[in-house]
Design a protein around this ligand. Structure first.
Ligand code: HEM
Length: 487
């Protein structure tokens, strides 16, 4: 049976649970209110018309903007005429963590070369080889929780940030970071909290040389990450030069050895570091938030908790190979989670030339905003858009979803390179947690979606955990080197 929780803003649709979400503004906000709300929580800016109309023009205090939530028009911007739409300055700055020459923010030939070199490292085959590393990180998490005793209350959001960092550590830099992961996690949280706040100066288009207080604070944290990663890279280079047979078979080794298949170019030294940091920046919080929201949603739905429990009890005792493919309902919960709470809640582009989108004029310089959050709750595209219902992602229902109506990972040439990695990781980690624990939200804790670079639960997610199964789970006792493990 589905439970209902009171969150005041939206009434539940009959027979389904509608998780907390801001009530759309009755009409678009005026510039000053918009700037104030953007600073507090950009998710609260959206107005009813954005969820009801395919394209809405204007509404931002900078230049001409089109808010586009119609699959055909989105396909045109992100795929068919993608050459006319560049990633915009504001989004690049906020999302790329200041890493200008990493894949997330590179443009033109530099981006094309990097994408070609990096794509095989995130191909399905390689990602499947990471299964043991992902399971081992999840296992370490549940073992740690077991040590806390029955009915412990923990901040699940912080714990999941730790496990996703550990997965990245085991798959990218399998000899680990220079400092302990906890120090890095704390520094990273500070960093994201600061850089994630959009400065009103950014919205007004004030040039970069005007200092933003937040960014000044971030500089030392960014330097700290860079120093840590540099240390690991130098150590690996030494091993590759002196005893290549001892080099771990992980993403860093691949990156250092990577040669462009079409020409003879290596990616540059500085690009290796930027991409390591980019993967951590892009893959850490996004997947941690996915897992937090999934645990929250499962804690509110007895039906889906029972379905996932039954699936993991059945499937997690089999061989490790292909586990993620067998966890069909767990994966549907993850996909529904990132429909309701897409970690990257807005994708934006700037038009280079004039164009036409479903009869709306695009001017050179127009800003195109596509919000997966709005798109995934659009009244014209989804049945009961605000309700939690993972059935949408099972069998024929999944196949019927328009490719351009569901964009948690974007689309077109710049779609997320880590999507297969992230889906597999989130499915496996959730499965291992559910196999071992049942969890309940701490009574009275207000859960609210807050956009700070990624869409996260404001005020963390305190949950009480209770042991379910304690017997060993085959396939989870993975060696540290993921690719070797599967060989
Ligand atoms: C649930 C987890 C994740 C979500 C929701 C997510 C979402 C996205 C989205 C929406 C984009 C496209 C942005 C745009 O078009 O403007 C993107 C790009 C990217 N993501 Fe992810 N991501 C996730 C996990 C990861 C992971 C695990 C990695 C790497 C380890 C990663 C690395 C990247 C990179 C490098 C890009 C830039 C690709 C390019 O421009 O060529 N992401 N991601």
């Amino acid at each position: 049976m589905l439970k209902f929780i009171e969150h005041g803003d939206r009434s539940p649709v009959q027979g389904a649970y509608c998780p907390p979400a801001p009530k759309p503004q009755p009409r678009p906000l005026q510039p000053l209110a918009l700037i104030r709300t953007l600073k507090r929580n950009p998710l609260e800016c959206w107005a009813a018309q954005h969820f009801e109309r395919p394209i809405v023009a204007g509404g931002l205090p900078i230049g001409h903007a089109l808010l586009v939530h119609e699959p055909g028009a989105i396909r045109h911007v992100l795929l068919d005429n993608a050459v006319n739409y560049r990633k915009d300055r504001l989004q690049r700055r906020v999302l790329s963590a200041g890493l200008n020459d990493g894949l997330l923010s590179a443009e033109g030939e530099q981006w094309r070369l990097q994408r070609r070199v990096l794509a095989p490292m995130f191909a399905r085959r390689t990602v499947m080889d990471f299964t043991p590393a992902m399971l081992a990180a999840a296992q370490a998490l549940v073992d740690r929780w077991s040590g806390l005793g029955d009915r412990a209350t923990i901040d699940v959001a912080a714990e999941l940030a730790r496990v996703t960092l550990e997965v990245l550590e085991r798959t990218i830099l399998s000899d680990g970071f220079g400092s302990d992961a906890e120090t890095i996690r704390i520094a990273m949280a500070t960093y994201f909290n600061t850089i994630g706040k959009i400065s009103p100066l950014d919205i007004l288009g004030v040039p970069d040389f005007v200092p933003r207080l937040g960014r000044l604070r971030v500089r030392s944290t960014l330097k700290f990450f860079e120093a840590e990663v540099d240390r690991v890279i130098s150590a690996r280079r030494r091993i590759l030069a002196e005893q290549p047979e001892r080099a771990p078979n992980d993403l860093l080794t691949h990156l250092l050895q990577a040669q462009d298949s079409e020409s003879d170019d290596h990616i540059k030294e500085s690009e290796v570091r930027s991409n390591i940091l980019t993967f951590i920046a892009a893959g850490h919080e996004t997947t941690a938030n996915t897992l937090s929201w999934a645990m929250f949603l499962l804690s509110q739905s007895d039906e889906w908790r029972e379905r996932v429990e039954a699936e993991v009890d059945r499937e997690l005792v089999g061989p490790a190979g292909g586990i993620a493919d067998r966890l069909v309902e767990t994966c549907a919960v993850i996909e529904e989670t990132i429909r309701l709470y897409p970690p990257i809640a807005a994708i934006s582009r700037v038009a280079l030339d004039g164009d036409d989108l479903n009869g709306e004029r695009v001017r050179p310089g127009s800003l195109i905003v596509i919000s997966p959050y709005v798109l995934h709750r659009h009244r014209l595209l989804w049945h009961r858009p605000d309700a939690f219902d993972p059935r949408r992602f099972l069998g024929n229902a999944r196949a019927a979803i328009d490719r351009f109506a569901y964009l948690p990972f974007g689309a077109g040439p710049r779609k997320c390179i880590g999507s297969t990695f992230a889906l597999q990781e989130a499915t496996l980690v959730l499965a291992v947690i559910v196999r071992r624990f049942r969890f309940e939200l701490k009574p009275g804790h207000p859960v609210w979606p807050m956009l700070r670079v990624t869409l996260r639960p404001a005020n963390g997610l305190p949950m009480t955990i209770r042991q379910r199964a304690t017997e060993p789970q085959p396939g989870l006792d993975a060696p540290r080197n993921p690719i070797d493990a599967s060989a």
